[in-house]
Design a protein around this ligand. Sequence first.
Ligand SMILES: Cc1cc2nc3c(=O)[nH]c(=O)nc-3n(C[C@H](O)[C@H](O)[C@H](O)COP(=O)(O)OP(=O)(O)OC[C@H]3O[C@@H](n4cnc5c(N)ncnc54)[C@H](O)[C@@H]3O)c2cc1C
Length: 384
Amino acid sequence: MPSSLILDDPAVAYPARSKGELRLAYRLYRVVTNRLLYKIGMPLLMLASRIPLFHPLIRATLFRIFIGGETVAEVLKVSERLYQHGVYSILDFAVERAESPETQQKVLQAVYENIDRAVERDEIPLVVFKLTGITGVELPERISLGTATEAEKQRWQGYEEKVREVFEYARQRRITVCIDAEESWIQPAIDALVHRLTWEMNKDFPVVMQTIQLYRTDRLEYYQWYIDECRLRGVYGAMKLVRGAYLEKERRRAAEKGYPSPVHKTKAATDRDFNRAVLLSIAHADRIRSIIATHNVQSCQLAVDELQQRDLPMNHSNIWFSQLYGIRDNLTFALARIGANATKYIPYGPVKEVIPYLLRRMSENADALNYAPEELRLLKKALS
Ligand SMILES: Cc1cc2nc3c(=O)[nH]c(=O)nc-3n(C[C@H](O)[C@H](O)[C@H](O)COP(=O)(O)OP(=O)(O)OC[C@H]3O[C@@H](n4cnc5c(N)ncnc54)[C@H](O)[C@@H]3O)c2cc1C
């Protein structure tokens, strides 16, 4: 019997939200769906995030719907609540601009602490971080473009050592740690570092997890190569699949600099590659651990059908699903309801750090707004 995801039942969609939160979410989504209010609201919010007087207001509104909290204690409460309803949490320490050593140190510290939390808590299955949160963006960009000086190459080597220590810490504790994917002109340095660590660390367990963006024209082929390479080397693979957050930025830069755009021309082509990657993940679930990170229902339903077709358990230890906190809760809880490994990606951190981060994520994920009308309709139903 095929499992269908139930998406339009508010009782399934919002089991972990109070009526007050649903009312608040409804108001926020109304702002988001109103283009004018949205345009005016975003810069105002950015300004407000810099003025402590407005912080209580931000905490009482946006934070309750899209952010786990300012402190670890707060976000852990959220993750416990989600877990009571069968949903796991992936904690995402939110910082902007990690060029200063102090911020980089904070990010590194958060990664170690989140590894410890994943050991201690069943509701936290794995850990994620953005490599440029530790290294800044300038250095990996120069390494990727081949313009780094000898001194910069050595500095990069130093970062690689730090990251290796993180993964060694995770390896000893058997925790998977995922590195996010970034812009294509930064990614080669990240990929090269991740490969070295994958071959080294993933012998007994998928410790090092990479991310691929399937809006890139070359990534499906790359994924096939990666799987073959893992099998050839006798190591476990681990891959987060995303469509990709920097579509416009990629196209703009390619046009400005006069090289062919690295991203697909159409959404349909991105969808096709993403769905093929989903099928590859499931076909190789014996050796490859994947996160199907998407708000797209068709891609999730495809994965669910494929798991059934192959007679694999819905909660296969190597197949995970993830959506951002506050976005498409109906999909996450529908996945949990049929027994899949459903997770929420929950950002947390201080208001002045998280708001710029949230705004960037919202502009990068402008497509998430496509779901807002549906979200509104469901929230209205839940409140009626
Ligand atoms: C848990 C989680 C983790 C994430 N981690 C990362 C990460 O590490 N790195 C990263 O880059 N992103 C990341 N993202 C964001 C992700 O890449 C997408 O931007 C976002 O999820 C929207 O895509 P979708 O699959 O959810 O939904 P959909 O609405 O089905 O797809 C929207 C996406 O399709 C693509 N697209 C839209 N229009 C076109 C077009 N005309 N031509 C070609 N392609 C098009 C774009 O990638 C767009 O974001 C993450 C998302 C989630 C949920």
